[in-house]
Design a protein around this ligand. Structure first.
Ligand SMILES: NC(=O)c1ccc[n+]([C@@H]2O[C@H](COP(=O)([O-])OP(=O)(O)OC[C@H]3O[C@@H](n4cnc5c(N)ncnc54)[C@H](OP(=O)(O)O)[C@@H]3O)[C@@H](O)[C@H]2O)c1
Length: 162
């Protein structure tokens, strides 16, 4: 990929699910550092330490699953609903806004046009420090899916790419 980048075939190189240990190792042995690292990130798994290392190495943090794919009653979470109500926004919009204000790129997925419109309508309000602190409290620091530190997860993902 570095060769393709240097020859002008690629505009940027990105990686996904590189947790801090793997990212630090990687960045220290490549010539072209990744522009972006896409990892599971949402209000219940905020990836604070991972974010610090991405910032340190100049890698943009991008969230996959910004709504945790709806797990843990995401869209009816009382903290998100309560804060959103103050600004006339939904739990989904409040959660996206939290990530954006935390310096994280979001790529929410929806098959419904009305929700796509809702999900992009998050640039006309600003969460205050009290809101941000309340949402930070939701962080369980654990994946709601699977651990990329588990070798069997890595084997499963590797099989998908063969
Ligand atoms: N790199 C990786 O390992 C990895 C892993 C997983 C996902 N991803 C990527 O991450 C992106 C996000 O995808 P995701 O599907 O995993 O998770 P997500 O965006 O957290 O959740 C998607 C779910 O939320 C619902 N939804 C979307 N907007 C909503 C709204 N405003 N109100 C209520 N419900 C709403 C969707 O339903 P409807 O569709 O019915 O609206 C869908 O069930 C995708 O591009 C995916 O490819 C990457």
């Amino acid at each position: 990929m570095e060769d393709a980048y240097k020859e002008g075939w690629l505009r940027a190189i990105g990686v996904s699910n590189f947790y801090p240990d793997r990212l630090v190792d990687f960045c220290n042995f490549v010539e072209v550092k990744p522009a972006v690292n896409q990892v599971e990130t949402h209000v219940f798994q905020q990836q604070v330490q991972a974010h610090e290392y991405m910032e340190k190495y100049g890698v943009q943090h991008e969230s996959w699953g910004p709504f945790a794919e709806g797990r843990k009653d995401f869209f009816t979470n009382p903290v998100l609903l309560g804060i959103g109500k103050k600004y006339g926004k939904s739990a989904a919009q409040t959660a996206l806004r939290f990530l954006i204000q935390s310096g994280v790129i979001v790529i929410p997925k929806s098959t419904h046009k009305i929700r796509m419109i809702q999900n992009i309508d998050v640039f006309d309000f600003i969460l205050d420090e009290g809101d941000m602190a309340a949402i930070r409290e939701l962080d369980t620091k654990e994946s709601l899916f699977f651990s990329h530190y588990d070798p069997s997860t890595v084997e499963m993902l590797t099989r998908l790419h063969r």
